[in-house]
Design a protein around this ligand. Structure first.
Ligand SMILES: Nc1ncnc2c1ncn2[C@@H]1O[C@H](COP(=O)(O)OP(=O)(O)OP(=O)(O)O)[C@@H](O)[C@H]1O
Ligand SMILES: [Mg+2]
Length: 373
């Protein structure tokens, strides 16, 4: 600070040092990336920085000398913001809460800190900071923890169930000759088939909830997409929904992936899209799922979009959490498993959705070098 002050002083000649320091501080506050607003002890706005005016969506000039009530009546302030400000003040005054977390209409997270009391000599300071990135990291860590726990639980359940199933299978085989002599061989056969089916279900569940390391094969994206569409087309048609594949047949882009796993991801997305269309549309025949590709520098995107009911912000926030579902018969595992599979492939998965309009999922995967157009 003294260094800055010295240099500035030289430049500005007879400027009073205190005044200069104030200007410096004001400059810093004004251009801070956090929003800052200060009300004095009479409730009159004493300072507001550039970022806060931007966040409020109100011009700084029009805020000069405003009281809180006048701010709440400000014609440029949206209803959403007015409601949030009122709630913040209520919680601060009545519940003495100093820290608030707020989710805005665009899904961004903000940390709001209220500072008042003795150290502020009657003034009331509010600062607002964008914490979306921290929240994202926190959410990912939480999700990974949950997935790891899910993996452990599934493994132990499978272990516990498989052992008695193996014993039952063994004893039924021992009993089989006796059942045969009683003319009841059919019973033994049914029991054995059902035990095998139970074993298969456990195996499938374990495989899907804890995807193993990818067994990679090099495959053209176009042919992978064509196969997936073939697999789902008839189910979609039965639901009065059309699947449309946008591809350049000659697209030479290759990816190195575990084909079974990536197919599983795409089938999960298409199944979700079909459900979303089913829920929204009474009129069969207007449901549309579009599948396409987009090229990036080192990656290729696979896009799956639908014109179903879309998702609200709460669903979007929890979408990839294991067991999060809004469906009566859903397990809430489809997307969490898909997320893990794509991460294991060094890719990423993103979503954009609007209630009433539809949803688009974008899967980014590294493409094989030199295989693009
Ligand atoms: N395309 C979509 N449109 C609207 N909502 C969706 C879409 N995809 C996912 N969702 C929402 O995300 C939630 C989680 O999806 P996920 O696939 O993980 O589980 P699920 O579909 O509910 O159950 P499961 O996949 O196990 O049958 C769904 O319940 C739904 O609310
Ligand atoms: Mg699903």
């Amino acid at each position: 600070m003294s260094e800055i002050r010295g240099t500035e002083l030289e430049e500005m000649g007879s400027f009073h040092p205190n005044q200069l320091v104030r200007t410096k501080y004001e400059n810093i506050l004004e251009n801070l990336d956090s929003g800052i607003i200060l009300f004095d002890s009479d409730g009159v706005l004493a300072f507001v920085n550039v970022q806060m005016a931007k966040l409020l969506g109100v011009s700084r000039k029009s805020l000069a000398g405003c009281t809180l009530t006048e701010l709440l009546r400000h014609p440029q302030l949206t209803r959403f913001k007015k409601k949030k400000i009122l709630r913040l003040f209520r919680e601060t005054i009545f519940h003495r809460k100093r820290f608030h977390e707020l989710l805005d209409e665009y899904g961004k997270s903000w940390l709001i800190t209220m500072t008042y009391g003795d150290q502020m000599e009657g003034d009331f300071l509010i600062s607002v900071k964008d914490v979306s990135d921290f929240k994202q990291i926190e959410q990912t860590a939480y999700q990974n923890d949950k997935l790891a726990m899910l993996g452990k639980i599934s493994a132990s359940i499978a272990h516990e169930i498989r052992n008695p199933l193996t014993s039952i299978r063994g004893f039924i085989q021992l009993l089989r000759p006796h059942l045969m002599s009683l003319g009841k061989d059919e019973y033994a056969r049914i029991i054995l088939t059902e035990i095998d089916r139970a074993n298969d279900i456990i195996y499938e569940f374990l495989n899907s909830s804890k995807p193993s390391a990818p067994q990679t094969t090099v495959i053209p994206v176009a042919s992978l997409l064509k196969e997936v569409v073939l697999l789902t087309e008839s189910e979609a048609l039965m639901k009065g929904c059309q699947i449309s594949l946008h591809l350049d047949e000659r697209d030479p882009t290759y990816i190195s992936v575990d084909v079974k796993q990536i197919k599983q991801v795409l089938l999960n997305l298409i199944k979700n899209a079909l459900d979303a269309i089913d829920e929204k549309l009474d009129d069969p025949g207007v449901g549309m799922i579009e599948i396409g590709m987009k090229h990036h520098d080192k990656h290729v995107s696979i896009l799956v979009s639908d014109n179903g009911g879309g998702m609200d912000q709460n669903t979007l926030n929890h979408l990839f959490n294991p067991f999060f579902t809004t469906k009566e018969g859903g397990t809430g595992l489809g997307l969490s498993v898909s997320y893990r599979i794509i991460k294991n492939h060094g890719g990423s998965i993103a979503v954009e959705s609007h209630v009433g309009t539809g949803t688009e999922f974008e899967i980014m995967l590294p493409k094989m070098e030199g295989t693009s157009f």
